[in-house]
Design a protein around this ligand. Sequence first.
Ligand SMILES: Cc1cc2nc3c(=O)[nH]c(=O)nc-3n(C[C@H](O)[C@H](O)[C@H](O)COP(=O)(O)OP(=O)(O)OC[C@H]3O[C@@H](n4cnc5c(N)ncnc54)[C@H](O)[C@@H]3O)c2cc1C
Length: 385
Amino acid sequence: MATFDVVIIGGGVVGSSIAYHLAEAGCSNVVIIERNERQEMGSTGKSAGGVRAQFATPINIRMSRYSINCFAHFEELTGHTADYRPHGYLFVATSERHLAVLRANRQQQIAQGLTNVEIVTAEDIVRMVPQLRAEDIVGGSFCPTDGFVDPYSVLRGFSARARERGVQVWLNTEVTGIEVEQDRVSGIVTTQGRVATRTVVNAAGPWAAQVARLAGVEIPVSPLRRQIVNTQPFDQLPRPLPMVIDMSNGFHFRREGEGILMAWPDSQETVGFKTTFDQEFIEKILTRAVNRVPCLAEAQVNPRRCWAGLYEVTPDHHAIIGPAPGVDGLFFANGFSGHGVMHSPATGRIVSELILHGQSPVLDASVLSVERFAAGQLIKETAVL
Ligand SMILES: Cc1cc2nc3c(=O)[nH]c(=O)nc-3n(C[C@H](O)[C@H](O)[C@H](O)COP(=O)(O)OP(=O)(O)OC[C@H]3O[C@@H](n4cnc5c(N)ncnc54)[C@H](O)[C@@H]3O)c2cc1C
């Protein structure tokens, strides 16, 4: 029977980052178990790749700062590119209430050491993106080190370097059981047989609640469809273009290659494992797009570049990171609520340190413990997309 120090369930960007961080810390008797034939077939391959530190809560800001620094040095660290493009995130407010939120967030960001976020005027915004309809814009905020990465490249970089250090990746293998003896993990059952281990990490993305249940534990992580629409090549918007967020309705867009990538959180969406792209979404998003960026009326949608994937959402839109209560040796790295790619480096660092040392002093993530839900200590984030 195979025996590993650590078994990671799920080979997406989060599981890969945890494996990388464990291996870099000298723990490489590790296996990633992935049921698909390729590691990017879960949420990671559907991500828009946005990375930002413009959040409201200290933990999100700190995780982003750690992660963006990692993306900026990714090639030195892993030998692979993350394709990090620091083109910025531009939040656009059309109400004094939203502008006040951005100002308050900036104070928190400064307190966490993020000093390059600027509050910008409507005139500044029009200078950056002259094509915006601006008569109702009251101001916004801009951070130049926010931007984008290529999620596939990040996954590959982490995973390849972990493999070079001795980590194994088992593809086409599903975990069907987690064995617990006297409140302690003792092994897992897979479609390729049993594996002995005393440490298991749940990095199963939108399927996290099902995997937790294999050990008899409940975690509040729900799958929620998110859809992306890309246009054909479109040259009427600047390049480079930041991620622009219309705070009045959550519509956001950025440049992707020659075209424009557009997203919008549809409040009609309901929880479930739906991943088919809904053609009616195109009309819905274009209405919001043309309202803020009139010239997008002339853009052609690229039907081959429209897709749907799953967010893995928690009740307070923050991740669940840390040990499982009542099952020694089981760790969660779940529920990223739309931030799993951008927070994957920080998550890998935190989870690897918790496994190896029982604490993570560089990035204390104890507020993200699953116990917060039962204790009623939910964390409030105002900058949710
Ligand atoms: C449309 C869209 C846009 C997004 N945009 C952004 C963005 O701009 N920025 C950002 O940071 N995040 C974004 N996200 C969120 C991000 O993609 C996720 O948070 C992230 O990919 C989660 O990574 P993961 O490794 O936890 O999950 P996944 O990539 O889903 O990996 C989990 C893996 O676990 C495997 N698995 C599950 N159960 C089992 C089992 N029993 N046995 C073996 N394997 C199992 C699955 O097959 C899967 O491959 C977006 C998501 C979507 C859908």
